[in-house]
Design a protein around this ligand. Structure first.
Ligand code: NAD
Length: 439
């Protein structure tokens, strides 16, 4: 099938590449000339495990192309995906200007019947708005489909190739059949394509993300309570997660949720609810609690060093909002670093993939280390913010020799308490006993 993807960011690039991988002829269009130049030149613009191999194969075989020429791209695709940003507006609602702006532009460019698929995360009622925006100038017939994307950064290719489910909101029989055909190779293992109306599809995405954010927040609250009551959240988590009704995933406490989706989606759902005169109280609590949780580690740091951190040097391991991505949008590390700098501390940071993106934000205000050990050299303490695999089994003896104090503040509970005791560290984590085993 001939497919066009408008917007070639995390979702657009992964979707376009995976559609090409199943044999479709894909054109990805973006307004960012620099991005398109890089992609056309064979250079990936995001880090995503497994993407490079598919990208190379499909560009080489001519099934995956990139352009800034919207007219050409619109004429190419029978199915046109919108994978455009929907950032939070000032009042918390999703900013639809990208999606509706493009919808207005493409109508007059149609050269045949098209199926327009909204893959961006958008509030209920957006499919109707897209329909209207296109109608103003459409030269041929078309249908609008809501197909929210559930891929997770860091495992996006795997998620796209083998989705738990595909949600399709449409009232058009033709669109339904085309979408079914397009997604057939991705659901061969029996994972369902769930057809529904457009509004329910739009709400499904917000409901899923807000539920996951709520689950994380609930566990963060349990962790904070564990500290007060002397319980260990790791034990509580395992005890809870083995209940089949609950399940073990998404029960890990930490320094709050971040990223380009959860914060904005919870906010946007709360705003949609408020606009519909519904007081969705749990979402308000989730947002408030998460704000505090993002910098909760600062309380532990200040309890140890005092409020004035002016002569203190911190190593920060992990900057991306989660492992296996270079995305730092709304990353807790940014909030923690800001707090550290404000308190006068100096920071040496390390992240395997996200340093370039953080450099764009902090510039020379912090130092960037070439590896985890360089970051801790002469540091007064280590703060772990993102649980990259390479932080899990470090050489504690070497660390002990490089760092000034054997002190770790761990925002992701990466290490076993017993291990830290054996290796004689001060170790503060989330929802567990703080131990000081320094000799
Ligand atoms: P992104 O910012 O990485 O990518 C958006 C792309 O659109 C950019 O490359 C930008 O240059 C391009 N763009 C902007 N205006 C354009 C225009 N007029 N014409 C063509 N291209 C244009 O965003 P993303 O993370 O891919 O997210 C896209 C949507 O998907 C959002 O609604 C997001 O909420 C949703 N989503 C994201 C994820 C994720 O993990 N990132 C997962 C599921 C859903």
């Amino acid at each position: 099938m001939k497919i066009t993807v408008i917007g070639t960011g995390y979702v657009g690039l992964v979707s376009g590449t995976c559609f090409a991988e199943t044999g479709n002829d894909v054109v990805c269009v973006d307004i960012d000339q620099n991005k398109v130049n890089k992609l056309t030149g064979g250079e990936l613009t995001i880090f995503e495990p497994g993407l490079e191999v598919l990208f190379e194969r499909n560009t080489k075989e001519g099934r995956l192309r990139f352009t800034t020429d919207l007219q050409m791209a619109v004429e190419h695709g029978k199915i046109i995906f919108l994978a455009l940003p929907t950032p939070p507006g000032e009042d918390g609602s999703a900013d639809l200007s990208y999606v509706l702006g493009v919808a207005k532009q493409i109508g007059p460019m149609f050269n045949e019947y098209k199926v327009i698929v909204d893959k961006s995360t958008v509030p209920v009622g957006t499919a109707e708005k897209v329909e209207e925006a296109i109608r103003q100038g459409a030269s041929y017939g078309y249908d609008v489909v809501s197909n929210p994307e559930f891929l997770r950064e860091g495992v996006a290719v795997e998620d796209f190739m083998k989705p738990d489910r595909v949600v399709i909101g449409t009232s058009s029989e033709v669109a339904r059949e085309w979408m079914k055909k397009l997604y057939a190779p991705f659901v061969r293992q029996g994972n369902p394509i769930i057809f529904m109306d457009e509004k329910s599809a739009e709400l499904t995405k917000y409901a899923a993300n807000s539920y996951l954010a709520t689950r994380i927040t609930f566990m963060n609250e349990i962790a904070n309570l564990c500290e007060k009551l002397g319980a260990d959240v790791d034990n509580v988590r395992k005890g809870m997660g083995s209940d089949k009704r609950i399940g073990p995933r998404f029960l890990f406490p930490g320094v709050g949720y971040g990223g380009s989706c959860f914060p904005k989606d919870v906010q946007a759902l709360a705003k949609s609810a408020a606009d519909a005169s519904y007081d969705f109280r749990i979402l308000q609590s989730v947002m408030e609690i998460n704000e505090k949780q993002k910098i909760i580690i600062m309380d532990k740091i200040k309890a140890f060093f005092g409020d004035n951190l002016s002569s203190i040097r911190f190593a920060v391991w992990g900057l991306a909002f989660k492992p296996n991505t270079d995305d730092v949008r709304e990353a807790p590390a940014l909030y923690i670093i800001r707090e550290l700098l404000q308190a006068g501390a100096s920071v040496a940071a390390f992240d395997p993939e996200a340093m370039d993106n953080v450099m764009k934000i902090f510039g020379e205000k912090i130092e960037y280390a070439a590896n985890p050990y360089e970051a801790i050299t002469n540091a007064d303490a280590l703060i772990i913010v993102t649980e990259w695999g390479e932080f899990r089994t470090p050489d504690f003896d070497r660390m002990g020799q490089l760092i000034n104090n054997k002190v770790i503040f761990d925002g992701r509970n990466v290490y076993d308490l017993e291990l830290m005791r054996e290796n004689a560290w001060f170790y503060a984590s989330i929802g567990r006993q703080t131990l000081d085993a320094r000799k």
